[in-house]
Design a protein around this ligand. Sequence first.
Ligand code: NAD
Length: 257
Amino acid sequence: MTQASNAFDLTGKAALVTGASSGLGRHAALLLAKAGAKVAVAARRLEPLVELEKQIEARDGRAIPLCLDVTDQGSVTECVSVAETELGPLSILINNAGVAETAPAFEVTEEGWDRVMDTNLKGAWLVAQEVGRRMAHLGHGGSIINIASVLGLAGSQQIPAYCASKGGLVNLTRALAVEWARHGIRVNALAPGYIETEINADFLAGPAGDKLRKSIPLRRFGQPEDLDGPLLLLASDASRYISGSVLVVDGAQSAAL
Ligand code: NAD
């Protein structure tokens, strides 16, 4: 292996992936484990996480499943504490847990607004704060990756709370990158476009999805694997001078007029 490719290696590093029970979080956990990291996989429901643990351990990786509600500070503190007891100090956080709600702006309820903001923005903040505090205290630094969205960089119809939450997450990323650089903590955002996962596969395969696909210059939706390179880059020492960045992975969708 060349020196350049070694920079992407995560052997021995401990990572926490939130929202790891499905979709992109699950995929990211498998990816980090394959790159050598010990991974705490966290979400609200334990069963899918136990399945994921088995899958990772069958490939000689190390994983622990943990219950976590990112909107609850007590749950966050407990989860991070157990993760560190089991795996050692965390040096990678993938803040992936997220929810979306589609409704015309006039019809969004206060409850719906709060659910999206509490999960996507406050939740990411609570987990980053808990993990960042420990990284700073132990002095080993680390990499925090916030999973934002192209909808945090531009607006779209009928998804206002999601756009606001992801826009907030993008600028929270910058604020934390500036403040925590002195502790050796890098904070970056990954902004995917439309990536096919179980929850959107039907929609993307339908007529509305077809129209959407034609608006993407690369003429296809993303696959979870399309995030592998960007995730490994941001998680590893290969990005040691990258912090406060927003890495857009959208087939040039947001670049087009
Ligand atoms: P998903 O619904 O499959 O995954 C979301 C995960 O978050 C699930 O594991 C869910 O259990 C977890 N979660 C939700 N609320 C939680 C809470 N309160 N506490 C802990 N975990 C919670 O969707 P996905 O497509 O895999 O999305 C993952 C992330 O990527 C989200 O933040 C989403 O906004 C973002 N994203 C997805 C796409 C896409 O096209 N799939 C595009 C851009 C951004």
